[in-house]
Write a protein that binds this ligand. Structure first.
Ligand code: HEC
Length: 180
């Protein structure tokens, strides 16, 4: 083999190893678990958005609750944007599902354990990402409704968000319920 050919192969080999290193390296530092992102970021903030609109039946009739002032709409938007961007946190590779020994069961015995969820996400990462982007896209519609100060639209798109949460939970958190 000519010397120049050997050098070419050596360079190609080096480039390949750099390329695979670059693929493994993530520029992010995922620290909180998915469970912590759910309970500290996603859940409290989407509750604020969902609770900002409601139709309440009282003995005096039907009361429509919704943001009224510009400040109230702006406040709802802050919480909506927080959930919207939290969807990207879910996509980052290398995040743990829960702290060791944490309980992932909420209402009973149909939820998977953290390690089972972790495995499921690993083998279906692109589907998991799609579910996260589903939340992202539904939240974009929510933000549009807020920008238009459109209460009806906020209620409708809030329902789409609920479906986006549920579609990920059904595949990755309690798939057992789906098959029942
Ligand atoms: C891309 C996937 C995904 C999406 C989208 C998602 N979740 Fe989750 N969520 C999970 C996984 C996985 C768990 C199970 C781990 C755990 O117990 O936290 C979970 C658990 C939870 C929990 C339980 C947290 C705890 O203390 O154990 C809550 C509450 C929750 N999600 C709320 C929501 C809400 C509300 C939305 C939508 C606004 C949402 N999630 C969207 C993946 C997702």
């Amino acid at each position: 083999m000519k010397k120049s050919t050997i050098i070419t192969f050596a360079i190609a080999g080096l480039m390949l190893s750099f390329a695979s290193q670059a693929k493994d390296a993530t520029p992010f530092k995922p620290t909180a678990t998915i469970q912590q992102i759910m309970s500290s970021i996603v859940d409290p903030n989407i509750d604020f958005v969902w609770n900002s609109v409601a139709t309440i039946s009282t003995k005096d009739g039907v009361e429509e609750r919704s943001p009224h002032t510009d400040e109230e709409w702006a406040e709802v938007k802050k919480h909506a944007l927080t959930v919207l961007e939290a969807s990207n946190l879910l996509v980052i590779d290398g995040r743990k599902v829960a702290e060791d020994g944490a309980n992932t069961a909420s209402s009973g015995s149909t939820e998977l354990q953290a390690l089972e969820i972790q495995k499921l996400i690993k083998t279906h990462k692109s589907e998991f990402n799609q579910r996260a982007f589903g939340l992202h896209d539904a939240m974009q519609l929510v933000v549009k409704a807020i920008d238009k100060k459109d209460t009806e639209e906020l209620i409708r798109t809030g329902g789409l968000v609920d479906k986006a949460c549920e579609s990920c939970h059904l595949q990755f958190w309690y798939p057992i319920r789906k098959s029942k």
